[in-house]
Ligand binder design. Sequence first.
Ligand SMILES: *Cc1c(COP(=O)(O)O)cnc(C)c1O
Length: 493
Amino acid sequence: MKYTSTRDNSVHISASEAILQGLANEGGLFVPETIPVLDVTLAQMTQMDYREVAYEVMKGFLDDFTEEELKGCINAAYDEKFDTPEIAPLTKVDDAYILELWHGKTIAFKDMALSILPHLLTTSAKNNNVKDEIVILTATSGDTGKAALAGFADVPGTSIIVFYPKDGVSSIQERQMLTQEGDNTHVIGIRGNFDDAQTGVKNIFNDKELKQRMLEKGFRFSSANSINIGRLVPQIVYYFYAYTRLLKDGIITDGEKINFDVPTGNFGNILAAYYAKQMGLPVNRLICASNENKVLFDFFETGRYDRNREFILTSSPSMDILISSNLERLIYEVTGKSAEKTLDLMTKLKEGGVYEITPEEKEKLSAFCGGFATQEEDKDTIKRVFDETGYVLDTHTGVAYRVYEKYRESTGDETVTVIDSTASPYKFARSVMEAIGEKTEGVDDFELIDGLNKVSGMTVPKAVEELRGAAVRHNTVCGADEMKRQVEVILGI
Ligand SMILES: *Cc1c(COP(=O)(O)O)cnc(C)c1O
């Protein structure tokens, strides 16, 4: 199995090299040259637990890992860090099946991939004779930073530095990061916004003199960003897992097609579902749910991607995105794996903010269907589902749930549908409590959490409980222009 770049077909590298490198040199994304086939049947998978399914799904994509190495990575990732042995449980809510992807350390779906990425990365380093300490640099607007910190904490051979906008994250998110344990973790608030943090990190990555000095001292940078295939491949697993649980429970028959409905931002999660379909998972429709930043909805409707619009801050912030990076991998597919055409479209996106695919290319998107929900609809849905079923959706899953309802109303499609739930409602307790009609004004975060516990009866996740008494371990704040200096101080170079 080799990986090539969406912008340069002359690239042929192994999985571990792709994981180490993250992004291709010309800015393209790594994609598998062929889609592996499974060695086991779906029926056989019904007898396997999450880790066993993970091994069967991932081994074809990561074929330069030995069985022992890959199983080692899987076992180190999907263990008691998750608060349920199922790892990704399915819950029936009304007539939909909710796939809860938030039982990991930071109660967001990012844990599904960031729990294993550090192990894939260190194994990749070992197999490529990279002896340097891997320094993960990340700019975060909230969720990714904490999930990456938790994933890399105390992983030998790595350290992680996270920059976040000091006044640009929620107080729970900030507390989650500042109390992070692990001798190799570093968290720095910057005086500036997320774009400043992101630009600062990019500048550090591109600083050749710094890179040289780091290599001399035995360090190299890497990224835990969602475009790394080491984050994408682990996400394919839970689509097979969900299907085979439904099969095991007799809800579907072997080979029956189902729909997946995914609250989407950077297009990583739903792209993993598409890869699962290409591997032979019986999928009817992939429903791409957006909030008011509905660039993807418009794209699936018209074939025209247009980021020139107002950026709307919503109550589902992890979906507030106008450039969905992973869509490039799908564009590569629909252009018939043409690096030339993909590069051309991505250049248009970069320069003018717009590109358009041809009608023939658009036809190849027929597995996908876009939908969106406004903040008002999201809020109403959370309340209605709670009132009718007692189940509490977070604000991202609320968007997906509403999109699912609209999809059914407009198409009449009665296919069994799995809705990805990407965050625990406790992560967005303020918005959720407001949606279900509880008082939130002047109420502090932990009171809201206790209130949510009282009205819903849902156990407060350990990740939240731990925050209450946790000591703040990080307190560095710097200007956006001092980020490089901070990195030098941390690494002692
Ligand atoms: C990251 C995230 C998403 C978006 O996932 P993508 O893979 O970027 O499309 C949705 N919901 C939550 C809660 C997230 O953290």
